[in-house]
Ligand binder design. Structure first.
Ligand code: PEP
Ligand code: MN
Length: 344
């Protein structure tokens, strides 16, 4: 249920209204916009009716939010959420996602392999204009015999790469037990395979770091938003959604990039949305054109895999771009972004 208050509602009346709701055992989420204040009621509102609130002079209207997610919903929070990554750190250039003016690119290798490899990739993506460095330290691999990631050593190498380039870093968390190693990670990725690991999501709700939440292999949009809700309802509103391709009946690409998710998610949610064309198609030559398409669809940012020597990569070799191709992609992407009045 959401309750919209009149523009002229006095602060003390708003406070006593909120107290009254809390006394009924419900939580509240307050969104103060330029024109109106919206109070979202959290908890079981099934016994309340919107009309009950209209008797209060400060209430303009009240309505049920039919979608099962609330905090992630646009009716709950009409203005876009803007997430800042890598703020307040000496030597680190913060990156803003969701401001509608920029189209930042998160780039780097699938996996952190060696110090030399990640430092070279970090410098290459920075030179091409990427704003956040990615690299997996904990890898969710289909086969237990494939490279599983360097673990905490990979995180230490990402920290070195951050120091060298000033780029904030993004890497995937697979288990709550590893969270203590993520203190210097700027954007925590929840991978497609973990997008409904509810215990992990709840813990990230309490960790107060921006989260990049990937859509599951066969996850619906509603399930993605419910997973975002888990993080938000536990106290962390810095959630960025990521469409990375879903399974369909056809296997000509690794997954099927659902670009309709971008305008749809923008309509129903205020959270920023990132497109990951690399995992979506799994084919190097297709990544540039899908990146341009993502820009046209209105994605807030892109996540692209880049490796200095893709054919020797320890994971996802077929989809990673060498720096030369990535530079070309970035030049072209800048032109597409400019059409929408955005910069990389
Ligand atoms: C990744 O980003 O390296 C990754 C494993 O992604 P996904 O969870 O989308 O497969
Ligand atoms: Mn990968």
């Amino acid at each position: 249920m959401i309750v919209i208050l009149k523009k002229e509602a006095a602060a003390k009346d708003i406070d006593s209204f909120v107290d009254g709701i809390k006394q009924r055992g419900l939580g509240v989420h307050i969104s103060k916009g330029v024109d109106k204040t919206i109070i979202g009621l959290l908890g079981d509102t099934s016994k309340l009716s919107p009309e009950d609130f209209l008797a209060n002079d400060i209430v303009e209207s009240a309505e049920r939010v039919s979608a099962p997610y609330k905090m992630a919903s646009r009716s709950f929070h009409p203005e876009n959420t803007v997430v800042t990554i890598g703020a307040n750190q000496e030597g680190v250039i913060p990156c803003v996602i969701g401001d509608g003016k920029s189209l930042p690119v998160i780039a780097g290798p699938c996996s952190v392999e060696t110090e030399e490899q990640i430092l070279a990739a970090a410098q290459a993506v920075k030179k091409a204009g990427a704003r956040i460095l990615r690299g997996g330290a904990y890898k969710p691999r289909t086969s237990p015999y494939s490279f599983q990631g360097l673990g905490v050593e990979g995180i230490r190498l990402l920290e070195k790469a951050k120091k060298l380039t000033g780029l904030p870093v993004c890497t995937e968390l697979m288990a709550i037990s590893e969270l203590e190693n993520f203190e210097n990670v700027d954007l925590i990725q929840v991978g497609a395979r973990n997008f409904q690991n509810f215990d992990l999501l709840k813990e990230l709700g309490k960790f107060h770091k921006p989260v990049l939440l990937k859509r599951g292999l066969s996850g619906t949009i509603s399930e993605l938003l419910m997973s975002a809700e888990y993080i938000m309802a536990n106290g962390n509103e810095n959630v960025i959604l990521c469409e990375r391709g879903i399974r369909t009946y056809d296997g000509y690409t690794r997954n099927c990039l659902d670009l309709s998710a971008v305008p749809y998610l923008h309509k129903v949610s205020h959270l920023p949305i990132v497109i990951d064309p690399s995992h979506a198609c799994g084919i190097r030559w297709m990544v540039p054109v899908l990146s341009s398409a993502a820009a046209a669809a209105g994605a807030d940012a892109l996540e692209i895999e880049v490796h200095c020597c893709p054919e020797k990569a320890w994971s996802d070799a077929s989809q990673q771009l060498p720096p030369s191709e990535f530079e070309k992609l970035m030049d072209k992407l800048a032109k597409y972004a400019a059409v929408e009045g955005r910069t990389l």
